[in-house]
Ligand binder design. Structure first.
Ligand code: ZN
Length: 191
């Protein structure tokens, strides 16, 4: 259930517009569960597109701390500045790619309550949104890559991304580990 799609043929297909209905909310729930599942592994994911778990609809989820930002039909209204960062992707095992992304983006989308939203995103948030919206257009980091390197394991991938991208990613990983520990504690309290 938590396996991410890795078939490049499938990943290269464009996703269809999403309606906020029962089916989409069910997909959204599965996306949250998938992100939470990966949080307890050596290759945590900070965002996900619906087509990575087999649903060809324009839905993405970004993690903001322990909060999910749910975006239906996201569109980049404004993109500004540019920065080169090393990216990995749960759907592209063993590869890290040097990609160029905007430093700032303004994203229009519909939320899970069917309300229109506008969200400004800086740095990592901007990179994540662009990476996920690319997935909806059938574009992966291999298509964007200026330089691709292959690593031996998912753990090594995470380590390479942290060492090449600096403090921003180290902070993200520390936060994800703290959250994973918190959710384990919460689990043991419930039991
Ligand atoms: Zn990806």
């Amino acid at each position: 259930m938590f396996e991410l799609i890795t078939d490049r043929e499938v990943l290269s297909q464009k996703s269809k517009p999403a309606k906020v209905d029962e089916e989409s909310l069910g997909i959204l729930k599965q996306m949250h569960e998938t992100i939470l599942h990966y949080r307890n592994t050596e290759s945590p994911i900070a965002a996900l597109a619906a087509n990575q778990i087999g649903y060809p609809y324009r839905i993405i989820v970004l993690c903001n701390g322990d909060e999910f930002v749910n975006m239906f039909n996201p569109e980049i209204a404004i993109a500004d500045g540019s920065v080169e960062i090393w990216e990995g992707c749960g759907s592209i095992p063993s590869a890290v790619c040097l990609c160029e992304r905007p430093r700032f983006t303004l994203v229009n989308y519909t939320d899970e309550k069917n309300s229109p939203m506008i969200l400004p995103l800086n740095e990592l948030g901007s990179h994540l949104a662009c990476h996920e919206i690319d997935h909806l257009d059938g574009i992966t980091i291999l298509d964007r890559s200026k330089k691709t390197e292959y690593v031996e394991s998912e753990k090594q991938k995470t380590d390479v991304l942290i060492s090449r991208n600096g403090p921003l990613f180290a902070e993200l990983k520390a936060r994800q580990q703290a959250e994973a520990n918190m959710s384990k504690d919460a689990g043991s309290l419930v039991k």
